[in-house]
Design a protein around this ligand. Structure first.
Ligand code: ASP
Length: 325
């Protein structure tokens, strides 16, 4: 039987409540988790690797970059069927999408975590870990990119977002539903990923890439600030179909004049952006100003793609191509 690498980065799955702090903190080691797993399952093909013990709000693009290098070592080894990455749920979708954008292998890479910590009644960490291992060991999982597996659902990294602060069923592919499920010993796929492009970009990123969210009455100050501080790219989570207040346009035009790439996505949780509106600040005006429409990627995902594509040397036209659905 081929081995499965379990790469631990941290997260609630490896936390317990500290009575002094009255809050969950990192405290479960990979070997503790593996030996608990050994009590309830028969897997003897697991190889743990402790990458970090970080709550996922502290996971950075640099960590994602380092993680990809570790993942590649396991994927290149014929003894391994694939990799499970244990990760905090807060930024899990960003790490998953980063790994998908730079993915070069057919072997499955699965991210999982838990919503409850190991002191909680109904801790979901072990179930999620077992589901993730089953997905890696399923031959049909090859060539499908990076997955997020939680609460018996298999979601594609390119489609999934954390949608609830508390529910165990928090990871949803809001528009299209999960690509499959884990039901007892069966891993069942329903469909292909709808949004997935095989980007195959090189593992490098440009840190000077930002994300801002538009609200009623917003001005261009944040854009000016980032441009003055050397931004290379800015993702704007715009309103509705992809529109911004008219008063932001001067700052956006200035950003483009200075060569800053500006990608427009929507703050709505579903649907694409499109140039349906011709008023100042509408989609047509944004395109005329040289902005790129980011399809139905979420803001955090569009920022991950932009930071990687810029560092891969993609020019404006190549960026339009990569962001077009
Ligand atoms: N705050 C935690 C983290 O992302 C949440 C979790 O793991 O579920 O590290």
């Amino acid at each position: 039987m081929k081995k499965v690498a379990l790469i631990f980065t941290g997260g609630t799955i490896a936390m317990k409540v500290n009575s002094k702090l009255q809050g969950a903190v990192p405290s479960v080691t990979p070997s503790e988790l593996i030996s608990t797993l050994a009590e309830v399952t028969e897997y003897d093909n697991l190889e743990p690797y402790e990458f970090s013990k970080l709550p996922s709000p502290s996971i950075t693009p640099e960590k994602m970059y380092e993680l990809k290098k570790v993942v590649d070592q396991y994927l290149a080894d014929d003894n391994f069927a694939g990799v499970v990455i244990v990760h905090g749920t807060d930024t899990l979708e960003e790490t998953a999408f980063y790994l998908d954008v730079v993915s070069t292998h057919d072997k499955p890479v699965v991210l999982t975590g838990s919503m409850k910590n190991a002191s909680d009644l109904g801790y979901d960490g072990l179930t999620n870990l077992v589901s993730a291992i089953k997905v890696v060991m399923e031959p049909q999982s090859r060539g499908k990119g990076v997955f997020v597996v939680m609460n018996y659902s298999i979601n594609a990294a390119c489609e999934v977002s954390k949608t609830h602060t508390l529910n165990l069923d928090t990871f949803k592919s809001f528009e299209f539903g999960p690509i499959g499920i884990i039901d007892d010993d069966d891993v069942i796929y329903f469909r292909k990923q709808i949004q997935r492009k095989a980007y195959k970009l090189k593992n490098k990123y440009n840190e000077l890439t930002y994300l801002i969210k538009v609200y009623a009455g917003m001005t261009g100050e944040m854009i000016d600030y980032y441009v003055e501080n050397g931004a290379k790219g800015i993702v704007i989570e715009a309103l509705g179909r992809g529109n911004v207040p008219a008063v932001m346009m001067d700052s956006i035009r200035n950003a483009r004049r200075k060569g800053v790439e500006v990608v427009i996505v929507s703050r709505c949780i579903g649907g694409r952006v499109l140039d349906s509106y011709g008023y100042i600040g509408g989609g047509k005006d944004l395109i005329k100003a040289g902005c790129i429409l980011g399809g139905n990627l979420s803001g955090p995902k569009a920022r991950i793609l932009l930071m990687i594509a810029i560092e891969n040397g993609y020019n404006h036209d190549a960026l339009i191509d990569i962001f077009t659905m």
